[in-house]
Ligand binder design. Structure first.
Ligand code: ZN
Length: 81
């Protein structure tokens, strides 16, 4: 029983709003493990390590898809010139 009680979770915990679809600064609601999004004010906030959130919400896949789209757009522009 030598665990420190300074923080409810580890230091690397991130909060992800499912409505905003991005990482936000979660505000704890009361004493429960419920967090509110400061942007849209919903409690639709998941929390965990960045890795677990990225895996769970497939944030990596979304990012790579967007990057590929912007890349192809640039390629088309360069072709026109
Ligand atoms: Zn939000």
């Amino acid at each position: 029983m030598a665990k420190s009680k300074t923080q409810p979770f580890g230091e690397n915990i991130k909060y992800y709003c499912k409505d905003c679809e991005k990482f936000i600064q979660g505000k704890q609601v009361g004493r429960k493990y419920v967090f509110r999004c400061p942007i849209c004010n919903t409690k639709n906030v998941a929390f965990g390590t960045e890795k677990s959130l990225v895996n769970f919400f497939h944030l990596d896949e979304k990012k790579s898809e967007k990057e590929e789209e912007s890349k192809s757009e640039k390629e088309e522009e360069s072709d026109k010139k």
